[in-house]
Design a protein. Structure first.
Length: 368
């Protein structure tokens, strides 16, 4: 048996005919940018995510960067972010000229440890950026309380957690302005690049709508110095189809994760995902931890099981950020997670028999 790390076959089979019809309609319409499909999708996404406004943009990184720009974050400001976040979160901060202030994660949840945030807050702090990694919500009650106490903005990076909940509210609805990605592998994915910004603030909504379109709301009238960051009509049409299945596919992910939890619970050399009491995980990724990560990964690969590592090198040790002067040992929790984390296959259409096969191989590895 071979089990790929990711496969779209099941999803694509279900929606193939509908997708082709939608794409054909866009092709025949002659209207390919900022048309009716993006308007429809923005309304749908706002409704399912529990926010007033959604604004489609070109990618998840664009969404984060534009969100920071909308808050006038720039040189002299500081943004608090997890030390183990995907580098896109850090890049958005760099791109606006602000200073990155890394905070270590909780080693159980992989998310920023809210108990370590306050000590990093000073007069230059402007934003807390909680990154909901792997589908697990950050502890938003503690983060929002800190933001209110110190008068800080919150920008959620919700790229990996579509419709995850914390204390019954959706991630991407807590912050002042929030960003998400519809990269193809996400729980809600396009077939190319696409992203979105969510907010309940009309003024921020209006800024983003102008910024994504060269700073223009009305054609050839430019009110700010903007950029070109828009979801094209084909991607929007595809997302309009896929969003109808998002809850169902998330439920499949949860069911499959429970299967993993049960079959791996007695293997002492492995730590399976820990979900906080108030959190509802949507399992964009199923990430285990083991001190024998590299050997296990190699063993599974030889036995036909695809895996991945999210992420093998934390941002502070990337060459791109050598100017920050960080070295090995500066963020030991992030570094430990980078050495021990392994993502197992998990996606709609993965069969329980395949999970049983994977877990049998893992058990065999640790029984050697």
């Amino acid at each position: 048996m071979k089990v790929p790390f990711v496969s779209f076959d099941y999803q694509n089979q279900i929606i193939r005919e509908e997708l082709i019809n939608k794409i054909t309609n866009v092709f025949d319409s002659g209207y390919y940018v900022l048309g009716s499909n993006i308007v429809t999708f923005e309304k749908k996404y706002s409704k399912v995510n529990g926010v007033k406004y959604s604004i489609g943009v070109g990618s998840g990184l664009d969404a984060l960067t534009i969100a920071l720009k909308a808050l006038n974050v720039g040189i002299g400001d500081e943004v608090i972010v997890a030390s183990n976040a995907y580098i896109a979160s850090w890049l958005s901060i760099s791109s606006v000229g602000a200073k990155i202030i890394p905070v270590e994660p909780n080693s159980d949840t992989f998310n920023i440890d809210p108990n370590l945030i306050e000590e990093k807050i000073n007069s230059k702090t402007k934003v807390i950026m909680p990154v909901h990694l792997y589908g697990q919500p950050c502890e938003m009650d503690k983060i929002m309380e800190l933001s209110r106490r110190y008068n800080l903005f919150v920008v959620e990076d919700n790229a990996q957690s579509h419709l995850a909940k914390y204390n019954s509210s959706y991630t991407g609805s807590f912050g002042d302005i929030n960003a998400t990605s519809f990269y193809p592998t996400k729980n809600l994915g396009a077939i190319g690049e696409a992203g979105c910004i969510t907010t309940n603030n009309k003024e921020l909504r209006d800024y983003v709508k102008a910024y994504r379109n060269y700073g223009s709301i009305k054609k050839y009238i430019n009110i700010i110095k903007g950029s070109n960051s828009r979801i094209d009509e084909i991607q929007a049409a595809i997302l309009n189809v896929k969003i109808k299945y998002l809850r169902e596919w998330n439920e499949q992910r949860k069911m499959l994760a429970s299967k993993y939890d049960y079959l791996l619970k007695d293997i002492s050399e492995i730590s399976t995902p820990v979900v906080k009491t108030k959190a509802e995980h949507v399992y964009h990724l199923y990430v285990i931890k083991t001190n024998e990560r590299d050997k296990l990964k190699e063993f599974l690969n030889k036995n036909g099981v695809g895996t991945s590592i999210h992420y093998p090198t934390p941002p502070h040790l990337q060459k791109a950020y050598k100017e920050l002067g960080y070295k090995k040992g500066d963020f030991p929790i992030a570094e430990k997670l980078a050495k021990t984390s392994l993502s197992l296959p998990l996606y709609p259409g993965l069969e329980e028999g395949q999970i049983e096969f994977i877990c049998e191989k893992i058990s065999k590895f640790f029984s050697r």
